[in-house]
Design a protein around this ligand. Sequence first.
Ligand code: HEM
Length: 402
Amino acid sequence: MSAPLSFKPFDPQFRRNPFPIYARGRRESPVMLHADLPIASVFGYDDIVEILKDPETWSSVFPVPAELDARRDLPRSMLAQDPPEHTRLRNLVSQAFTPRMISRLEPRIEQIAQELVGAAVRRREVDLVDALTHPLPMVVIAEIIGIPLEDREHFKKWSEALIATLGVGLMQGAPGSRSIEAQIGVIEEMRSYFSELVERRRAEPREDLLSGLVAAELEGSKLSFNEMLQMLVLLLVAGNETTTTLIGNAVIELLEHPEQLAQLRRQPELISGAIEEVLRFASPVQFDPRRAMRSVELKGCKIEKGRVVICWLGSANRDETVFEEPDRFQLTRPSNRHLAFGFGPHYCLGANLARLEAQTALRVLLERTESFRRLDDEPLPLHPSPVFRGFTKLPLKLVGRS
Ligand code: HEM
């Protein structure tokens, strides 16, 4: 008999190729307690759906370390709230992300993608992360919120600093104090930046999300200044690294499946299915955490009240009871109910936006190039946070269309 399943979620080898461990998990221990970490792992699609749709049993509120708890002026974002607080905060911004609002952004997203890809093709050899996958979502969200473009570099720095250790503390029981200090420092910088911008919108409202939030704040009971700040931090962080990772993973998977890349060049109408397949096959967000509000037994495993469960979305998306030939990358997969954007009340607010950005970026890249390939065979640098499965650099050689 083989040894019981055990793995380290931070181990780079696991993170580069977690799929054999996920498959063993689904087969042998669909819900497992980790011996050396205060967490449980859940691998199966149906169990994960059950957890994510039941916030009364499985909360999104996690204990805050003492250093952060002392800073009560920093409220939790909607991502880390349960209903009814979660519902109140989400309702304040959901209008900005409806399919109708997102489709209005289409021409602007196209224009940004054309400019970035055009410049990349002229340079011939680029790091695609620098040239396209990072700036595209950053510019788009900055414009939705109403942030002046020239301040973009701050956001890159802030977003990277906030996300580097995402998920680490949760898995280890508590984040290290260096990471807390760094995060407080970044949030202070963002607070002073946004204070000024909010003042400007109070004096002179515009047609942007920030003006909408300022109006809600002015009504007093709807949104406090600190909640607004936390909302802006969340939108910046949640929307950027995720979409950057999705576009990068799309290019990587297509390079690894050249016959699928050739088919997509011949049939560009398959792009939206292709992006859904990348979301399933190479999910940018690998896990979604929850905390047990009571003691629960799940698939024969006892989970005590307070324990953090890690719902491996990346595993649910390869579940053989839901997807036929789950380990095959298939652009034309007929039904693709993946969980890459989560499930239930916290289902990704930006899913429509992320899809549109990724489809546009990939379409424009295919239209403007004859071909592209990796510049070398070196392993790509992994994203620092274990939440993500993606790479921080993607050096490519691009051959433009004449
Ligand atoms: C490929 C890109 C993206 C992926 C894979 C992704 C993934 C996710 C996932 C898995 C969740 C659920 C978290 C949970 O259940 O705790 C989530 C929530 C969220 N996402 Fe995304 N996301 C992406 C893009 C975006 C974009 C572009 C935005 C907005 C600008 C965004 C904003 C949010 C927000 C605000 C939440 C919290 C929703 C809530 O708590 O109700 N995301 N995302």
